[in-house]
Ligand binder design. Sequence first.
Ligand code: OFO
Length: 183
Amino acid sequence: MNTNRLSETLCASLNKQMTKEAHASQIYLSYASWADSEGYEGIANFLFRHAQEERNHMMKFLEYILERGAKVKVEAIPAPPDEPSGVQDCFEKVFAQEIDNTKWIYKLVKQSFEEEDWATWHFLQWFVKEQTEEETLALNLLDKIKIAGGSKASGDSLYKIDKDLKDMPDDAELAETKTAAKP
Ligand code: OFO
């Protein structure tokens, strides 16, 4: 009896995304290490936490594949790109990374829809929401850096941003959770 509830094609794509999440985690680890070595303790802390989040995303895919009776394929993780040249470049790279990941999540959603695999489609909705949050978070940070002067931001304003990031929550509030009383 076949107990595998995933198609071969969807299983391959989910495995691919699992490795992409692991890659994202390595990217955040590398940027966090760069930030720490530059003296930005708060930014490093924020990015280290995010590296862990991506690792959790990887585990979510792994567990889902197993749960559906399919086979997990653990593969090599590509090396992260070059380290950032400054704080603005760092968050531009973070934003670009999240946009790219959203693109892959959307491809998976489309594939699950086309294959009429509603369990996988439902599983992926969590990631659709998560990507919106992560893009918003990165965008908000870029806005702050832009206001502070972008690549010409003063040491003082970067110090303030670094301090704020230390305790900043990892998730952004989405429009749907806002109210007139709490815009
Ligand atoms: Fe950056 O998010 Fe995973 O999926």
